[in-house]
Design a protein. Structure first.
Length: 144
């Protein structure tokens, strides 16, 4: 019985890892990184999964990820599928919705979320956003 459970868990893990491998290959373009590092609000499109106004948003991938439904390789798809960055339930729910998501330039979190209303007061010395915020984690994820 224990062997069957272990075998099922290993099979499920391999099936999950075989899903969207685009999370490991594509990096954020220079124009996207500049917007993420700026203190301006950033809008991640619900249609393209990319930051509104960037080249990736203007020329989106037409192939959708079977796991999340966003274009394969898009920023939003990589955030949802990524194993390096984990989000609270509210942020993940909003990222999975097919609506535009506004990321605050002040708090670095999804606008209107609990984290946006109660941001961390400790700022990251590298990017200037609150430590642990969505923007700070995306910047760090892309620099690795």
């Amino acid at each position: 019985m224990t062997k069957k459970i272990i075998l099922a868990a290993v099979t499920a893990a391999f099936a999950f890892m075989a899903g969207c491998k685009t999370t490991q290959t594509k990096h954020i373009a220079k124009d996207e990184m500049e917007l993420l590092r700026s203190p301006k609000e950033v809008i991640i499109s619900g249609a393209t999964g990319e930051i509104v106004g960037t080249e990736a948003h203007k020329k989106p991938n037409t192939v959708s990820c079977p796991d999340c439904g966003f274009p394969a390789g898009s920023l939003r798809e990589r955030l949802i599928i990524s194993e390096e960055v984990t989000f609270d339930d509210e942020t993940m729910r909003r990222l999975k919705e097919k609506k535009d998501v506004v990321i605050s330039g002040r708090t670095g979190e999804v606008e209107g979320s609990f984290q946006d209303k109660h941001p961390n007061n400790v700022k990251c010395p590298d990017c200037g956003f609150p430590a642990g915020s969505l923007r700070q984690r995306v910047i760090i994820m892309e620099e690795l």
